[in-house]
Design a protein around this ligand. Structure first.
Ligand code: 1GP
Length: 241
């Protein structure tokens, strides 16, 4: 496996859009993995993310091993907690929830993660993670006990994303939350993208080909989709080029 981050940067420079399929270990049954991953392999997906807000110990490792049996796509952890760290994956988004002010999700969990990460060869990608309000409370909000940024406070969103970049983060992830009523809107994506030199990930509530296209056109380098694939695997066909 080459450098996952370098590949994202190169794709961003070439304006080749990336798609990560998010698999929540809490929702994916082991016996469904082979069928689901064969659909991922035949789709336009470029990455597989694995993670969830509330996942029991050990489940992620077993799931990631099973996923790796069926695909050569990079499998990247998108962990809600340190117990989801496993060396069976290729990389990890080392997320700092910079929209919030809960020290645990800004640095505390990261300190806890170090002893686990030292035992792995995971490619660690420091990522500034911004939760933006979407119309309903999300599990990220509930678990992290932080408030999302208001979607009409665009300048705060831009400045928060830029602060993440200036702190040395390598990716910015704009998150509306899993199953969001409103995906991140065009204006936010456009303006955040304009201010950043690092690649931009957008996720949460994207359920149609049009919404996917809108996010790409506004400037998302990578889009993350989970719920739409969970609810209807035909969505893999719908978004084919
Ligand atoms: C959630 O951004 C991801 O963390 C994906 O959201 O499940 O709504 O696609 P969906």
């Amino acid at each position: 496996m080459g450098s996952i981050y370098q590949n994202i940067v190169e794709a961003s420079v070439k304006e080749e859009k990336l798609l990560a399929v998010l698999i929540d270990p809490d929702k994916m049954k082991l016996k469904s993995v082979s069928n689901f991953i064969s659909k991922v392999n035949q789709s336009i997906a470029t990455h597989i993310f694995v993670g969830g807000s509330e996942v029991d110990q050990g489940i992620t490792e077993v799931l990631v091993s099973e996923i790796k049996t069926y695909t050569n796509l990079p499998v990247v952890l998108f962990p809600g907690d340190v117990i989801q760290i496993t060396d069976k994956a290729d990389g990890i988004l080392f997320l700092s929830l910079i929209s919030g002010r809960n020290a645990d999700y800004l640095i505390g969990k990261h300190v806890e993660a170090v002893s686990r990460l030292k035992q792995t060869k995971l490619q660690v990608i420091p990522t500034g993670y911004l939760l933006i309000e979407n119309g309903k409370q999300t599990s990220v909000e509930r678990v992290s006990k932080t408030k999302p940024l208001k979607r009409n406070h665009i300048q705060t969103i831009i400045d928060t994303a830029k602060a993440g970049e200036l702190l040395g983060m390598q990716l910015i992830y704009l998150e509306a939350g899993s199953g969001a009523t409103h995906p991140i809107n065009r204006e936010i994506i456009l303006q955040v993208k304009e201010t950043l030199k690092i690649p931009l990930i957008v996720g949460g509530g994207i359920k149609s080909k049009t919404e996917l296209k809108n996010a790409y056109e506004a400037g998302a380098d990578m889009v993350v989709i989970g719920t739409a694939f969970e609810e209807d695997e035909d969505f893999f066909n719908e978004i084919k080029k």
